[in-house]
Design a protein around this ligand. Structure first.
Ligand code: NDP
Length: 260
């Protein structure tokens, strides 16, 4: 993989990144911090969040851990208010936390459905609602939601996950329209990653076998490899930057050509 680097100046800006304890969210937190933003790192595991914060600090950046279950709407709202109070602003809200509970429809329990929808979709609503309040007062902001190619075209055994990710896309387009105004520089966009190398896809490799997954990627991904978390993080940095000021309500698919 080429060393994917995009530079943006986010000095003095404050970003909140959910799911920053590992995988794509951690890469996003590191890249935003590298670009000058102070980053509030959100996830359930405090120890893993501390590792992200420590890596940001070792690289000369500023970050703090905010342990929270994103499915808890009240906690999400309070967290955004707390960050705004402690750091004085919220410029970038990245809704990245997500889970899978894959199983075929006949075997999918109410709990499988509700947990995935609450974690992947209701959290996006709660964090965006709270962040939008701060951004509207400041007349500027970026909301960036991590959806999935599963939300674009569905995926076997992922009725709950695909529905949550398709919901994120509808939510993104609607809120982009609601927050758009000549007087306010607020944009709302979504990213749909394809197959990205993280714990989430490691679980799939364990279940189906690494070789089978590698063969499948070669068969369905024109670029014939999985993506890296940094390749999603670079797109987030771009969407957070001034260069993306005229882009809103859009869905950027980053999947090596899988859905083209
Ligand atoms: P990982 O499983 O590696 O990481 C998920 C992150 O979300 C962790 O930081 C986890 O932290 C956090 N998280 C999960 N549930 C909660 C919760 N209830 N409250 C707070 N934080 C939570 O996943 P990826 O990095 O692969 O995925 C990141 C996003 O990208 C997800 O939305 C995923 O759906 C999406 N995506 C990923 C793809 C891929 O191929 N990897 C493809 C398409 C989309 P903790 O467990 O500490 O709470």
């Amino acid at each position: 993989m080429a060393d994917a680097r995009i530079s943006a100046d986010l000095t003095d800006q404050v970003a909140i990144v959910t799911g920053a304890s590992r995988g794509i969210g951690k890469a996003i937190a590191l890249r935003l911090a590298e670009s000058g933003a102070k980053v509030a790192c959100v996830a359930r595991s405090a120890d893993k969040l501390a590792e992200t914060v420590s890596e940001v600090e070792s690289a000369g950046g500023v970050a703090a851990a905010y342990p929270c279950d994103v499915a808890d709407t009240d906690a999400a709202t309070k967290l955004v208010e707390q960050v705004a109070e402690e750091w004085g602003r919220v410029d970038v809200m990245v809704n990245n936390a997500g889970i899978t509970r894959d199983t075929l429809l006949p075997r999918m329990s109410d709990e499988d459905w509700d947990t995935v929808i609450a974690t992947n979709l209701r959290s996006v609503f709660a964090f965006s609602r709270a962040a939008a309040g701060v951004m509207m007062r400041a007349k500027r902001g970026r909301i960036i939601n991590i959806s999935s190619t599963s939300g674009l075209r569905g995926n076997e055994a992922q009725a709950n996950y695909s529905a949550s990710k398709a919901g994120v896309i509808g939510f993104t387009r609607t809120v982009a329209r609601e927050l758009a105004s000549k007087r306010r520089a607020i944009t709302v966009n979504a990213i749909c990653p394809g197959f990205i190398a993280t714990d989430m896809t490691d679980a799939l490799k364990k279940a189906a076998g690494e070789e089978a997954v590698t063969e499948r990627i070669k068969a369905v991904v024109p670029l014939q490899r999985e993506g890296q978390p940094q390749e999603i993080a670079d797109a987030v940095v771009f969407l957070a930057s001034d260069s993306a000021a005229y882009i809103t309500g859009q869905v950027l698919t980053i999947d090596g050509g899988m859905t083209c």
